[in-house]
Design a protein around this ligand. Structure first.
Ligand code: ADQ
Length: 469
């Protein structure tokens, strides 16, 4: 071990690496994604550690160093994966925080496992953090960790960032563990949210659900009975914009984009959807709109093609098995009715792709369809925009965090099928000059507000957050 104490400790449910097989040995490979890139940029020049689950049940592997980061795996037993991760995190919190699109399930056993795992994370962070260190906790799986860590280490600065929405109090109050969770978060100095509305929802929940003797809420500050202060504000996440723009401009990616269109029979127009296969992403609503358009003849199956990339996700949960079979059925039906020989109307890809292939798909697409029913931010929208400087068009749901920033997108309400269809038609048929003007503005916005700027903003907010009233 190079040292045993760190100035910056990151805690997230998962480590930024995956265990993969290379020949006959298994090695750690850096997982793709903006968070890892962002953390790398803020960690350079500091002594940083990252704690998280390795992705494999049972005993934790020994801590190790990778890409100048000290990685400390946290053990999760098979039961804890069921109760803490699949249960409380993804069966209770995920649906509750996403507008109860599917009904959340609450079980006392899940809550107990969630508390236990959050405590384990806090204990490891307390061990690794140097005197007055900064600890940055990520996401809904670790909402109790700030309080537990505060009890162990009053000296450290604790920040928490919520990657998903924070629900309105009318929904949040369903949660049996609501008070425990709010007190858990209030152990932090600074809480970062995707949108101002999310921060306000949190503050309103504190005001309404915790007693006047427990907390005092003033503007964006919450003071607890022990005199500690916690600030809540919006710090919207972004992507490695320059990285994506650069990749999309390479000759190899350009050539691959042309090849993708050729393989589809050189359609006049190509539409694209890219999502984790999750019921929050509005894939069903998107397919319904497109199916009606093919059926009515607004879209011609021979000339306009649609690619849907859907990454496998949380496959052991029933709600995810359900959405998967629904999507498969709908795609099958559309293709049965609207494909021609060797050229399906819808190409459905249920797997992960390397970054280069994703970039080529973005470059190839004339219109990107991002239609979640609720989404904290949605990075795919930003990636598409970064890959285009003045071509293409983005259809974007009003229910994404990204819609707050990407105002020149073709905004839609995915629940309103009739208008969504009209919005897709507008995006397809708008004069080239209009599309160019919109895309230029979007591209500029995403390039200016990238993930590095987000990470710096979060850390500077955390550094100056008031600890005392
Ligand atoms: P997610 O719900 O996972 O993230 P999103 O923000 O769209 O959603 O990020 C998905 C990422 O995975 C993108 O970078 C995308 O390119 C990549 N990806 C998707 N399908 C892929 C595939 N088949 N192969 C390879 N890569 C693929 C959560 C919240 C979001 C929030 C982010 C970040 O739900 O609202 O934007 O965290 O805070």
């Amino acid at each position: 071990m190079p040292q045993d104490k760190f100035d910056l400790v990151i805690a997230a449910n998962r480590l930024p690496v995956d265990r993969v097989r290379e020949g006959n040995r298994s090695v750690w490979r850096r997982s793709p994604g903006g968070l890892v890139t962002a953390m790398e940029s803020v960690m350079s020049g500091r002594d940083g550690a990252w704690i998280g689950w390795s992705g494999v049940p049972g005993k934790a592997p020994a801590p190790f160093e990778q890409d100048d980061m000290w990685l400390h795996p946290i053990a999760l037993s098979a039961d804890e994966i069921t109760d803490y991760y699949e249960g409380f995190s993804n069966g209770s919190l995920w649906p509750l925080y996403h507008d109860v699109i599917v009904p959340p399930t609450f079980r006392r056993r899940w809550q107990a496992a969630y508390e236990k795992v959050n405590r384990r994370f806090a204990e490891v962070a307390a061990e690794l953090a140097a005197e007055n260190a900064t600890v940055w906790i990520h996401d809904y799986q670790l909402q109790l960790m700030p309080r537990y860590l505060r009890e162990l280490r009053p000296d450290v600065r604790i920040g928490w960032f919520n990657h998903i929405p924070f629900p309105p109090v009318e929904l949040f109050m369903q949660l049996p563990a609501r008070d425990t969770l709010l007190h858990g978060l209030l152990g932090a100095d600074f809480l970062g949210f995707q949108r101002r509305t999310d921060a306000q929802n949190f503050l309103r929940a504190c005001r309404q659900l915790l007693g006047d003797d427990d907390v005092e809420v003033r503007a964006d500050l919450v003071q607890t009975a022990d005199g500690q202060v916690c600030r809540a504000a919006a710090v919207p996440i972004s992507i490695d914009s320059r990285g994506m723009a650069r990749l999309a401009a390479t000759p190899a990616v350009r050539a691959r984009a042309r090849e993708i269109r050729e393989q589809l029979g050189n359609p006049e127009k190509l539409l694209l959807g890219v999502d984790r296969l999750d019921y929050t992403k509005g894939i069903r609503h998107r397919l319904k709109s497109l199916e009606e358009m093919y059926r009515e003849g607004t879209l011609d199956g021979a000339r306009t093609k649609f690619i849907q990339v859907a990454t496998p996700s949380r496959e052991r949960l029933q709600a995810y098995q359900h959405i998967k079979s629904e999507v498969e059925q709908t795609v099958g039906r559309i293709n049965g009715e609207h494909s021609s020989f060797g050229a399906p109307a819808v190409t459905y890809l249920h797997r992960s792709f390397p970054r280069e292939e994703m970039a080529a798909l973005f470059v190839a697409a004339d219109v990107m369809l991002v239609t979640p029913l609720r989404d904290g931010m949605n990075l795919v929208a930003k990636e598409y925009v970064a890959a285009h400087d003045d071509t293409g068009a983005l259809v974007l749901s009003e229910f994404t965090g990204a819609a707050n920033e990407l105002k020149q997108a073709y905004l839609c309400n995915p629940h309103d099928i009739a208008r969504t269809k009209r919005t897709i038609t507008r995006a397809l048929e708008a004069p080239a000059e209009e599309r160019r003007r919109r895309m230029r503005a979007l591209h500029r916005q995403v390039l200016r507000h990238d993930v590095q700027r987000w990470a710096e903003r979060f850390l500077s907010n955390l550094a100056v957050a008031p600890r005392q009233p």
